[in-house]
Design a binder for this molecule. Structure first.
Ligand SMILES: Nc1nc2c(ncn2[C@@H]2O[C@H](COP(=O)(O)OP(=O)(O)OP(=O)(O)O)[C@@H](O)[C@H]2O)c(=O)[nH]1
Ligand SMILES: [Mg+2]
Length: 244
């Protein structure tokens, strides 16, 4: 029985999807892969369906009706993974910003005692390649902002390269998760932190996407800025709701 599922949300990733799937299946450790595609107009889902013939029993796809944000795509994937009883559930982007070989390092961190492993760019300095300066400043700045308001000792709270043990995702009330962009990543870590799960950061190097288009936009940034304040507020005054 394969214990690990990598969830990859996709929206218009036709240039990346086949290669990322092939690279994951070539790793030394065996992973299953679930693509959560939001009906990408570029045919990403159709490509995955073709590849399913070659990777039968280990490549899965869920297609949603329309683009509904990365956070809800992950929630969809988490529910799927919990139902199928995977022990280690990963988040990874399709665009090679995350190095698939690091999945094994995240896995090892969880096997060695972490409840949540975070592929972290900012454990020591800033390990980001080819991002424009404003993106680095935004992301690095966010890490101080989040630490200040939440008290969470995570250097890279917006990180989207993660491994969760299944019991963590089972304990969190997924239907109560509010946010969809970077704030979603912060919220998931904050919920795990409030429940006192052990969060371990694994240093990684993050490289800007080479192919395809970014889906980052100003509303995602705004959601994160105001979202952190809202999360803190909710955790103080509606603790049970937020902890759930
Ligand atoms: N299913 C789904 N996937 C999404 C959505 N938005 C983004 N994604 C995927 O989530 C991953 C991260 O999105 P990116 O656009 O790379 O966001 P980013 O890494 O913050 O920004 P860039 O690296 O600059 O592009 C990629 O695999 C995207 O295809 C969405 O609304 N639905
Ligand atoms: Mg990206």
């Amino acid at each position: 029985m394969i214990d690990s599922l990598v969830i990859i949300p996709t929206y218009n990733e036709i240039e990346n999807i086949e290669s990322i799937i092939r690279v994951v299946f070539k790793l030394e450790k065996e992973f299953h892969v679930l693509i959560v595609d939001d009906n990408s107009p570029d045919g990403t889902a159709a490509k995955v369906k073709t590849l399913q013939k070659e990777f039968s029993g280990k490549l899965f796809i869920e297609v949603r009706k329309e683009k509904a944000g990365l956070g809800t795509a992950y929630i969809h994937g988490f529910r799927w993974a919990i139902e199928k009883k995977y022990d280690y559930i990963f988040e990874m982007d399709a665009d090679f910003s995350h190095t698939p070989a690091d999945l094994i390092r995240l896995y090892n961190a969880c096997v060695q005692g972490a409840d949540v492993a975070v592929g972290s760019r900012y454990v020591k300095g800033v390990n980001v390649v080819n991002w424009p300066l404003y993106r680095v400043l935004l992301s690095y700045g966010a890490s101080f902002y989040v630490k200040f308001f939440t008290g969470m000792r995570v250097h890279d709270p917006t990180a989207g390269f993660m491994c969760y043990k299944r019991n963590v995702l089972e304990a969190i009330d997924l239907s109560a998760v509010h946010f969809v962009g970077y704030a979603f990543q912060i919220e998931m870590k904050f919920r795990a932190h409030l429940r006192k799960y052990k969060i371990v950061e694994v240093p990684i190097v993050f490289t800007d996407r080479v192919l395809g288009k970014s889906k980052m936009n100003s509303s995602i940034v705004r959601e994160a800025i105001f979202g952190v304040l809202k999360m803190k507020w909710m955790s103080l005054f509606r603790k049970h709701n937020f902890k759930g």
